[in-house]
Design a protein around this ligand. Structure first.
Ligand code: MF3
Ligand code: CO
Ligand code: CO
Length: 258
């Protein structure tokens, strides 16, 4: 069931999104060689709580931390750990969801640790481009499949592949609501997009093959072939006046996007 939000509710999601943007910006700046993913988690939790919000991932279906930190060939749901020390050349995605005043916000960014390979830098750049190219299809009258089709096309045109086993999603009072937002598939298919839909669009893009394997910690997911994965996510609202509002990127205007 898709739950449409009115402008008052979207206003609350905007407040949550602004906090998440500030949290992620600060956590991103803490990424350096020698830092553990646990330290990033502790910083995120501290900042979330300082802003009177709640870390949604903590204890979500038993997940033990406030962020997912996924390094190199980790696709999603990396559990932050004191033993996992970032080293120069790594890439790490920081995926964070928080609850503020009853409303969820979800965003992820992938950053390089120190200086990274050309391939890794291209992967991060193309994944962000995939997001913006996909998200600009989140307009009234389009269909859900238009988003995923645009993401897939841009990834493949650059020699990369979208992950097929994980998707974006609706978001609101719950972290995960209907519908699933695929990062691949045909254009012109799927449900018609409407004003008041709030979606987390989150391309996960890999340098190699899209097949994944589950780790035995019950959470971590890696690429089967060891290829790198980059992940970029924002929570957005479909408006009745053109392009979507990126709730986790306050101040953003579409003129500045590729
Ligand atoms: N932030 C994730 C998403 O984009 C979900 C987090 S799973 C959790 O949907 F277990 F870590 F909470
Ligand atoms: Co997320
Ligand atoms: Co999400």
């Amino acid at each position: 069931m898709i739950i449409l939000k009115n402008s008052n509710q979207i206003g609350k999601m905007r407040d949550a999104g602004k906090i998440l943007y500030e949290v992620l910006t600060e956590v991103k700046e803490a990424v350096k060689p020698g830092v553990s993913t646990e330290e990033l988690d502790e910083l995120a939790e501290k900042l979330i709580r300082k802003n009177h919000a709640i870390p949604s991932s903590l204890n979500y279906q038993g997940f033990p931390k406030s962020i997912c930190a996924s390094v190199n060939d980790m696709v999603v749901h990396g559990i932050p750990s004191r033993e996992e020390i970032l080293t120069e050349g790594d890439i790490v995605s920081i995926d964070c969801t928080l609850l503020y005043d009853g409303w969820q916000s979800d965003s992820c960014v992938t950053v390089g640790v120190g200086s990274i390979s050309e391939e890794a830098a291209k992967l991060i750049r193309v994944t962000e481009e995939c997001f913006f190219i996909g998200a600009r299809n989140a307009i009234v009258g389009n269909r859900l499949g238009d988003i995923g089709h645009a993401v897939e096309q841009h990834a493949v045109a650059n020699g990369f592949q979208p992950i097929r086993d994980y998707t974006g999603h609706g978001i609101g009072r719950e972290m995960h609501e209907d519908p699933s937002v695929y990062n691949f598939g045909p254009a012109g298919r799927g449900l018609r997009l409407r004003r008041g839909m709030t979606l987390a669009v989150e391309p996960m893009i890999v340098t190699g093959d899209w097949h994944i394997r589950d780790l035995d910690d019950g959470w971590g997911v890696k690429t089967r072939d060891g290829g790198l994965c980059s992940h970029y996510e924002h929570t957005l609202a479909i408006t009745d006046n053109g392009l979507p509002e990126l709730l986790t990127l306050p101040g953003f205007t579409w003129e500045e996007a590729t």
